[in-house]
Design a protein around this ligand. Structure first.
Ligand SMILES: Cc1ncc(COP(=O)(O)O)c(C=O)c1O
Length: 401
C-alpha cells in the first residue's frame, strides 16, 4: 500500500529519534528546560513585518499567484544583487527567482525537478553531504534517485569532497547538494570550491543545488554565494550565466521568521521554471500577507545586522565557556556548535537527565557510510536563544559533560 521509498529509507527523522532517546529519562525538575536541539531562532521577527501581516485584511478569500507577487520577486532580485554584488538589472524577476514556502520546500523539490529516469547509463544518483539537512535525503529518495552520502569531516574542512568521486559516478549524478554555511558544522565553501564544483556539474550535466539559508548568519566575512561565482566564470556573455545552478534562501534565519515559511529558489531560469511547474501542480501558494511581509524583509538591511550581533554575542559566550574543550571552534557561519564529546548519544542523555538541556546527537543528522557513522562522537548545539539563556545552557553543559 505504501511507497517503499518512504517506509524503508525515510524512517529515522532526527527529532523523533531524539524524543525516543530521552523519553525514558526524567529531567531534573528544579531546572528549566533549555532546548538547544532545534535551529529555530528565538529572537523576534521585525515589528514592521508583523504589522504588514496584521494589516492584511483583504486577500484571505483569494488564491495568491503561484508565481509570486511581482513586488516580492523584484525585492528578492534587488536583495541578491546587493548581497552578491551582481550587475544591476542582470536578474529578471520573472525568470531568475521563484518564492517557496521556506528553503526546505525548494531543496526538497529540486531533486524531483532535476532527476530523470536514467542518467549515464544507470539509475540517477543524488549526492549530498553527510551529515546533512534532512530534506536533501527526502528529495533524493522520493525523486527515484539513489542517494549518495559524501562525508564532510574535520579532515576535509567539513565540506564534502565531490571531486574525488569517480567518473562513472559523476556521469550518473543528477543533483549535487551543497550547504554553505553548512548545517551542522558551520563550514563556508570558498569561491574556489564552488567554482570547481560548478564546473564539474556542468561537465556532467548535473544540477548544483546550493542551500544558502544561513548566508546572512556569519561571524567573519560574508560567505560567498554560488550566483556570484557563476557570474565570475561566465562564458556566455551574460546570456546564461547560471546554467545548472539553483540556490536556495530563506527568511527563517535572516529575519527570525521561521513561522513565516518564506524563502526562494534562484538561478538557472530553466530550473526555476520547472520548480514553478512542480509547485503549480503540487505546491501551496504563499499567502498574500506572507509575500508582502517578505518583500519588506528582503528590502531591509538593518535587522540582519542586529541578527548577526545576537549570534556573535552567543559565540563569545561559547568561546569563554568551551574554548579548550570538545575540539571547540567558532564556525564561520550558521548558529550551531559542533562539539566532539566522544559519544554524542551518551552526552545527549546525560545533558537531559542532569542539566535539562536538550541537544541533538550528531549521529542523528548523519547516516552510516561503510558501517560507520562519522558524526557519532558529536553533538549539535543550537545557539538560538538570547545571551543569558545561552550562557546558562552552555554553563550547565560544561558542568555536566
Ligand atoms: C540547512 C538548512 N536548510 C534548509 C532549512 C529549512 O529552513 P526554512 O524552510 O525554514 O527556510 C534549514 C532549517 O533549519 C536548514 O538548517
Amino acid at each position: 500500500m505504501f511507497n517503499p521509498r518512504l517506509t524503508e529509507t525515510l524512517t529515522d527523522f532526527p527529532f523523533a529519534r531524539l524524543n525516543s532517546l530521552i523519553a525514558p529519562i526524567a529531567p531534573p525538575a528544579h531546572l528549566s528546560l533549555i532546548n538547544m536541539s532545534v535551529g529555530e531562532p528565538q529572537g523576534a521577527m521585525p515589528a514592521f513585518a508583523r504589522q504588514i501581516v496584521n494589516d492584511e485584511v483583504d486577500g484571505w478569500n483569494r488564491y495568491p499567484p503561484n508565481q509570486g507577487l511581482p513586488d516580492l520577486n523584484l525585492a528578492i532580485c534587488e536583495w541578491l544583487t546587493r548581497r552578491y554584488r551582481l550587475p544591476q538589472g542582470l536578474l529578471d524577476p520573472d525568470r531568475h527567482v521563484h518564492p517557496t514556502a521556506g528553503s526546505k520546500e525548494g531543496v526538497y523539490i529540486i531533486s524531483t525537478v532535476a532527476t530523470p529516469q536514467q542518467k549515464g547509463g544507470g539509475k540517477p544518483i543524488v549526492a549530498l553531504p553527510n551529515p546533512f539537512y534532512q530534506a536533501y535525503l527526502g528529495g533524493a529518495v522520493l525523486s527515484g534517485g539513489e542517494p549518495l552520502l559524501v562525508n564532510a569531516e574535520a579532515s576535509n574542512g567539513f565540506l564534502p569532497d565531490y571531486e574525488s568521486l569517480d567518473e562513472a559516478t559523476w556521469q550518473r549524478l543528477s543533483v549535487v547538494y551543497l550547504c554553505s554555511p553548512a548545517n551542522p558544522q558551520g563550514a563556508i565553501a570558498g569561491k574556489d570550491y564552488i567554482r570547481k564544483l560548478l564546473q564539474l556539474c556542468r561537465k556532467h550535466d548535473t544540477v548544483l543545488a546550493v542551500d544558502e539559508c544561513y548566508a546572512e548568519i556569519y561571524t567573519g566575512d560574508a560567505p560567498p554565494g554560488a550566483l556570484e561565482v557563476a557570474l565570475e566564470i561566465d562564458e556566455t556573455g551574460g546570456k546564461d550565466p547560471f546554467r545548472n545552478l539553483a540556490v536556495f534562501h530563506s527568511l527563517s534565519k535572516r529575519s527570525n521568521a521561521a513561522g513565516l515559511r518564506s524563502g526562494f529558489v534562484a538561478g538557472d531560469p530553466k530550473l526555476v521554471a520547472m520548480v514553478l511547474r512542480w509547485r503549480s501542480y503540487g505546491g501551496p501558494q504563499i499567502p498574500f500577507a506572507v509575500q508582502k511581509a517578505s518583500a519588506a524583509l528582503w528590502r531591509d538591511e538593518a535587522h540582519p545586522i542586529e541578527t548577526r550581533a545576537w549570534y556573535r554575542k552567543n559565540f563569545k559566550v561559547a568561546e569563554q565557556i568551551l574554548h579548550n574543550r570538545f575540539d571547540y571552534y567558532t564556525p564561520g557561519g550558521g548558529f550551531f556548535l559542533w562539539l566532539d564529546v566522544g559519544d554524542g548519544e551518551a552526552a545527549t542523555r546525560k545533558l537531559w537527565g542532569e542539566a535539562h538541556v536538550k541537544v541533538l546527537p550528531g549521529a542523528y543528522a548523519c547516516r552510516d557510510t561503510d558501517g560507520v557513522n562519522i558524526a557519532q562522537r558529536y553533538i549539535r548545539v543550537a545557539l538560538v536563544h538570547d545571551e543569558k539563556t545561552t550562557r546558562e545552557g552552555l554553563s550547565r553543559l560544561a558542568a555536566v559533560l
